[in-house]
Design a protein around this ligand. Structure first.
Ligand SMILES: [Zn+2]
Length: 817
């Protein structure tokens, strides 16, 4: 009673809010210092990130952007300094004084560059006015910078970092609020903005297509600032922001989250475009509001959205986002631009926060799935890059050469946060949420510390040994997660079996711990074939602003994947070692599982990979039977063969696939037939090019253009591109080219040795099908010519040249008969 009165008085005097009576957290997050060691696979990936990404990053260039403040373009560029600083602070917490010193120097430079107004960022002062206190893309950039400052304060106790964060927070309070600037996504005001589809850019809320949510995401770091300082002005401001989302968006997209929670609405229906990462960042803010106020309506909205996303839009590998957004139903394309690394990072954070607030094991299970599958699949083996999109089926090294962009830096930030994802704590003790070789040293209230060493090769092995290295002399609880996927978990304490080990729950062991106490857990992992329930075949369309959306192609047979416990497997041609059968060009299309009456056979795992690996029977689209090696999907960031030259940016060197069809599926049977026909045509051709195949295209001296994939086939297109081919020297011949009948607005000349054979126009002429055009090749093209050996010349250059300086092709097949 007395305490309550004092707290109330304090909050009246100092503006410090009292926390709600009921604690709104089940677990507290551990700091990176409390997890001083990561070993094993996670340790390797963490080290690769520190060395390959953080040490190599040109942070000076991006710090100068802040110091010079001359960036006027709408385009984002200012995310890098904040993300790098936060990552470097976290990754140097337990080692690496050089990185720490560099991070401190960058922090000081950023603080020195702060304007007297409190603004800290890359936008010049003359752009920022009372009506427009931020540049269009500022919120994303400020989000990460503000988080970095607060992390520097929390990690290092750096008061200047907190002061800088407060001054920036005050800049937002001073310029955005009632009677000041607001996060309007367009010039429309209610009721004119109701249910209006928007495009283009906004003054302070980023892309209009985000309907204000790109500005409102600032509540997340602002509420973290409120928690760090106890200053309720930041939480009051955030409540005002949240209370206005419906008005600004025109779609009631905040309040209708309640309908998502009750199952009446899908998260994608909240507004015309629901950008995964942006929504996640707002969700983190709503959860902080719940933590601060205890108002369960905030929690209900986010938990409801999480359930909807997990049920419909979450990939088998635990991650989310089609393109960068949420789609209808269970529409989850297998390949192409899906699963953005930024969305992976923020989805993991939302899931962790929900775990900590509710204690529900389902969130820890979801984090496990993501950690052991998608997180490191998006990381290049050297740790020097993260992909933008990491689809379940795809090609490499595509995506491993880019940046710095949003995803490369989300990747290094995500991995820098790794130690904080594994454990939790409360007044009573420790939560073991994830199984990974590591040491935890949790600081508990009352100056108590418990240190536990976790030794395991999990998930390669299902065994985990937890040894208490030191403990206080009072009773403490250690709680272990029993994953819901494991039906036969067993846990022993100092060799004695414990009861009540129930799948999908925490087992609590409470006692006075002695150093040397050992808990052994075993979570046997069953191998299981899973058939996809997703709508994985789609037709792409674009919104007016260029965002790519998908329409379902119904009735496609679901492909299959192999899983073992939380681990998802993939076929990856990097490790193809069958000399008799060449590796398929696109393993997800050109290989099918033979599923009946054989079970996967465990084989040696290639060096440097996480295992175990399996051999399973398969059949190629050329009808060849072969055993295919399946390795955990997490390994696909290995994108070159160690004994060979690294492939260049445009080489489609290797392909991988989580999902393969069954050889009995009608689609694969159709493909077998088609492939046989194509092979027969090629076998009888005088010469042909396998489009998109590096070897074949190089042999035919390809010049210009670029290749891509469409409808399971490769094409080449471009303003002007050519191949050198062979034609018969004693007879006339035909050049036969395959096009896609729905291509539009393409007008180009087809030339042979600089002589125009024909002007071809593609104008949706054969909608929805591939078709061939035959061009006669006369003997006169090579008549009388000889090569350097005095032999009759049989080389001929076939060229495709746009007449409009745009696109010639796409050419899906080319042969000479
Ligand atoms: Zn991104």
């Amino acid at each position: 009673m007395l305490r309550t009165t004092i707290t109330m008085l304090l909050s009246l005097i100092c503006g410090i809010y009292a926390h709600s009576a009921e604690p709104s957290r089940v677990q507290e997050t551990l700091t990176v210092n409390e997890v001083p060691e990561l070993r094993g696979y996670l340790g390797e990936r963490w080290e690769a990130n520190r060395r390959g990404s953080l040490h190599q990053f040109d942070i000076d260039r991006y710090t100068k952007l802040v110091e010079q403040r001359t960036h006027r373009e709408w385009w984002w560029a200012g995310e890098q300094d904040g993300k790098w600083l936060e990552s470097a602070v976290l990754s140097s917490a337990n080692s690496d004084p050089a990185l720490r010193a560099q991070a401190k120097a960058i922090l000081d430079r950023l603080i020195d560059s702060q304007e007297p107004s409190g603004y800290l960022g890359i936008t010049p002062q003359d752009i920022r006015t009372a009506q427009q206190p931020l540049r269009g893309m500022d919120p994303y950039e400020d989000y990460f910078r503000l988080h970095a400052l607060i992390t520097a304060y929390e990690q290092w106790g750096d008061e200047q970092a907190l002061t800088a964060a407060r001054r920036f927070g005050d800049y937002l309070l001073g310029h955005i609020g009632p009677g000041k600037a607001e996060f309007w996504p367009s010039d429309l005001r209610p009721p004119a903005n109701e249910k209006r589809t928007l495009e283009g850019f906004t003054k302070i809320a980023g892309h209009a297509v985000h309907y204000s949510w790109e500005g409102t995401l600032l509540i997340d770091p602002m509420l973290r600032l409120a928690l760090a300082t106890g200053d309720e002005r930041y939480s009051e401001w955030s409540k005002w922001v949240v209370g206005n989302i419906d008005t600004w968006s025109g779609w009631d997209s905040y309040s209708r989250l309640d309908q998502v929670a009750s199952g009446e609405l899908g998260v994608h229906e909240l507004q015309p475009y629901v950008h995964s990462h942006t929504f996640h960042m707002n969700f983190l803010g709503f959860l902080r509001l719940y933590e601060i106020t205890g108002d369960e309506s905030y929690l209900r909205k986010v938990a409801g959205a999480w359930d909807d996303i997990a049920a419909r839009q979450m990939y088998i590998t635990g991650s989310v986002s089609v393109g960068e957004h949420y789609e209808s139903g269970k529409l989850r394309p297998l390949t192409g631009h899906v699963v953005e690394t930024c969305a992976t990072m923020s989805w993991l954070q939302v899931t962790q926060y929900l775990l900590e607030l509710t204690g529900d094991v389902k969130y820890a299970d979801a984090m496990e799935k993501l950690l052991w599958n998608h997180v490191f699949a998006s990381q290049a083996i050297d740790g020097d890059c993260y992909r933008y999109h990491t689809p379940p089926n795809g090609v490499k090294p595509e995506g491993f050469f880019h940046g710095p962009d949003c995803c490369t830096s989300s990747g290094h930030r995500l991995v820098s946060l790794l130690p904080t994802f594994l454990y939790g704590k409360d007044d009573q003790g420790l939560f073991i949420n994830q199984y990974a070789a590591s040491t935890v040293e949790a600081q508990l209230p009352g100056d108590r510390t418990i240190r536990v060493r976790q030794e395991t090769n999990y998930p390669e092995s299902p065994q985990i040994d937890l040894t208490v290295e030191s403990a206080p002399d009072s009773s403490l609880a250690i709680r272990l997660r029993n994953p819901s996927w494991c039906q036969t978990p067993s846990i022993t304490l100092n060799g004695k079996s414990l009861s009540n080990v129930t799948p999908g729950s925490y087992l609590t062991i409470e006692r006075v711990w002695l150093s040397g106490d050992v808990i052994q857990a075993s979570f046997p992992m069953e191998l299981r074939w899973v058939q996809s329930d997703a709508t994985w075949k789609t037709v792409i369309r674009t919104l007016p602003g260029g965002e790519i959306m998908h329409d379902p192609v119904p009735d496609a047979t679901g492909p299959w994947a192999l899983i073992r416990g939380p681990v998802v497997y993939a076929a990856d041609t990097l490790w193809w070692s069958n000399p008799e059968v060449p590796a398929p060009h696109r393993v997800g299309d050109d290989l099918a599982f033979v599923l009946h009456d054989t079970s996967p056979q465990q084989v040696d795992t290639p060096a440097g990979l996480i295992g175990p690996s399996y051999k399973v029977p398969a059949i190629t689209s050329r009808g060849q039977h072969v055993d295919v090696l399946l390795v955990p999907f997490t390994n696909i960031g290995h994108w070159y063969r160690d004994d060979q030259r690294k492939p260049d940016k445009h080489a489609a060197a290797w392909s991988y696939a989580v999902w393969l069809p069954s050889h009995e599926s009608p689609e694969f049977q159709e493909r077998l037939k088609l492939r046989q026909q194509q092979e027969q045509q090629l076998a009888s051709a005088f010469d042909y090019v396998r489009i998109g195949n590096h070897e074949s295209e190089t042999l035919h001296q390809v010049q210009g253009g670029e290749t891509g994939q469409f409808r399971d086939r490769s094409y080449r297109h471009g303003v002007d591109f050519s191949y050198t081919m062979k034609m018969p020297t004693e007879r006339s011949a035909k050049l036969i080219v395959t096009y896609w009948g729905s291509d539009c607005g393409r007008e180009f000349d087809v030339l042979a040795n600089d002589q125009v054979l024909d002007t071809t126009r593609l104008n949706n002429s054969r909608p929805g099908e591939f078709f061939e055009v035959a061009y006669p090749l006369s003997q006169e093209l090579i008549a009388g010519k000889t090569n350097t050996f005095g032999q009759k010349e049989d080389n001929i250059t076939i060229r495709f040249r746009s007449r409009t300086q745009q696109v010639a092709g796409g050419v899906f097949g080319i042969r000479i008969e």
